[in-house]
Design a binder for this molecule. Sequence first.
Ligand SMILES: [Mg+2]
Length: 244
Amino acid sequence: MDILGKLSAKSKITKNSNSIGSLKRNTEGLNNIGLGTILNNAKVIERTEIRTFGQFKKLKKTHKPTVYSDLIKVTPLAPGAMSSNPIFFDLDDTLIKTKSGGKFSRSPEDWKWYNDKIVKKLRSLKDNAIVIVSNQAAVAAKKDSKSLSNILSKIEYIFADLQKDQEININNFFFFASTNKKGVMRKPEIGIFNEFKKVVTQDFDYTKSLFIGDAAGRNNDFSDSDLKFAQNAGLIFKIPEDFF
Ligand SMILES: [Mg+2]
């Protein structure tokens, strides 16, 4: 028996079918204390829920924010019907950009929609889960972290803005962000995709799902992490210019 096999036998580890080399501990019964463990290359990473500061009262009316050391997860309290396939989106320079014109956002208010087509398009996707998948390595997912509070505030503002639109169902919106420079949660790794599949109860044919992102490995792109994420998850990739 190899090392993973031994660990598996010892602590009821179930193999995650979508991520070879990444094993997930069965956290049933541990969820109430917010503990989980991910095994990555036989290295045990403890996942402990981190308490956020800031009230996020408005956000919490519709969503539950949960934070681990490598993952921020904001899920609807009462998910909508979602009869069509989920559509996955990158956040920065796909759905939004900075208001200040800077490369990085300076405050939770420093954002605007990427262009005037975004909200109109989101409005037309009434039956789809809208799943935002963002790499946020600059966020320190620690207790009382300002950067963590800032990103959650920004999501609160974004969701609040969407709710002004009567035709948008905010209960179909999910937000996931990885907070480390590497690891299974960071695109192009598909930890977040697997996390989403655990959150929704419905089964979808993900080969028909889209991923929209700007990091497509083109000449002026800083990365190809969106394209690779889509490929790794088996999703159909589109750049924002082709989707919106
Ligand atoms: Mg981007």
